[in-house]
Design a protein around this ligand. Structure first.
Ligand code: PLP
Length: 380
């Protein structure tokens, strides 16, 4: 079956007893056992297993062309659990343009547990090769990145990482692209991580995360950690993500179509210094993006000629684009990363230009959206 069909049906069968088409929300913390230590179908306690969560996990595994999915309470909970595969003294090589919260978790929390981190430019496979050390056990990358939309060639990096003596785990945060646009596991990644809060949920009404793998042994270790650490999502949140995923393909196509129209405005606008969009010919990663992604997605970043003050004016002048953090919902959002989402990386090597504006282009009418950005640019 093709992606659009799987997005609606994978992991989800009508209820065998009553035919309910939608997966029920199993609001239960425990399950009756048939005898002492004789749980039914492995259901003992809901931190370990919940049928609504299982449906979501199975759906995610299929969509990412993996074999096992794990749902978490947030994207960062998923990231934290993946990092617990490591032990003190291990070295992690991460992209120098990762999500601000990922950087904060690595730099401010996990360093205290004696994990060692280096941040390198993963868009250049050579600098990945140079930054690997004898202790490297995990390589973490995002593509496209947040907020600069830089593109890394997943396959090229996978070849370098897996040629290293330790065979480190290659993790790709696939939040921006989603499995509709890009399949990191098919390009050599070992683990895919998501913030399901964004495009997978798609309606800005839930916070969640996910991890998907192919390897059974790795899946066993993650299943152990998911239960032992306990950063699991509730069943209602799983239901919301599962429902959001059903429309992922139609939403992503519209996000990309609308984004392309806004890119055309930015391209010719005198107040815009530069813009970043992976599927525009001016983007340095354009060719690689076209090779590994289905379309350019719904995220656009641009730098205002007037710097931080101009960026703030634009972000405060839109009428349809809502001034807010987060991304990936049906509604359009605008923000200034240096002052909002990426404040936690200020002063670090991940620092962003104060004149940078980030758009999460929604699925409203594209003429309305272009008009809104045009009038906001006039205010700056
Ligand atoms: C939002 C985000 C995260 C963190 O996810 P939460 O659900 O907010 O914990 C991780 N990576 C990327 C790329 C994100 O955009």
């Amino acid at each position: 079956m093709k992606f659009e069909t799987l997005a609606i049906h994978a992991g989800q069968e009508p209820d065998p007893d009553n035919g309910a088409v939608m997966t029920p929300v199993y609001l239960t913390s425990t399950y009756r056992q048939d005898g002492v230590a004789r749980p039914r179908q492995g259901y003992e306690y809901a931190r370990t297993q919940n049928p609504t969560r299982n449906a979501l996990q199975d759906c995610l595994a299929v969509l990412e062309s993996g074999s096992h999915g794990f749902a978490f309470a947030s994207g960062l909970a998923a990231t934290d659990t993946v990092l617990r595969l490591l032990r003190a003294g291990d070295h992690v090589l991460a992209g120098n343009d990762v999500y601000g919260g990922t950087f904060r978790l690595f730099d401010k929390v996990l360093r205290r547990f004696n994990l060692d981190f280096t941040f390198a430019d993963t868009t250049d496979p050579e600098s990945v090769a140079e930054a690997l050390t004898p202790s490297t056990r995990l390589v973490w990358l995002e593509t496209p990145t947040n907020p600069l939309l830089r593109i890394t060639d997943i396959h090229a990096v996978a070849e370098i990482v897996h040629a290293h003596q330790n065979n480190p785990l290659l993790v790709v945060d696939n939040t921006f692209a989603t499995p509709y646009l890009q399949h990191p596991l098919e390009r050599g990644a070992d683990i895919v991580v998501h913030s399901t809060t964004k495009y997978l949920g798609g309606h800005s009404d839930v916070v969640g995360g996910a991890v998907i793998v192919r390897d059974d042994e790795l899946a066993g270790r993650l299943a152990f950690l998911q239960n032992a650490v306990g950063a699991v999502p509730g069943p209602m949140d799983c239901f919301l993500v599962l429902r959001g995923i059903k429309t992922l393909p139609v939403r992503m196509d519209r996000h990309a179509e609308n984004a392309m129209t806004i890119v055309e405005l930015l391209e010719e606008h005198p107040r815009v210094k530069t813009f970043m969009y992976p599927f525009h010919s001016s983007h340095p990663g354009h060719k690689i993006a076209q090779g590994q992604m289905k379309n350019g997605g719904g995220m656009i970043s641009f730098i205002m000629k007037g710097g931080g003050a101009a960026a703030v004016r634009v972000a405060e002048s839109t009428k349809i684009f809502t001034l807010a953090e987060s991304l990936g919902g049906v509604e359009s959002l605008i923000e200034v990363p240096a002052a909002m989402t990426h404040l936690s990386v200020a002063g670090s090597q991940l620092d962003v230009d104060p004149g940078l504006v980030r758009l999460s282009v929604g699925i409203e009418n594209k003429d309305d959206l272009v008009e809104d950005i045009r009038q906001a640019l006039e205010q700056a």
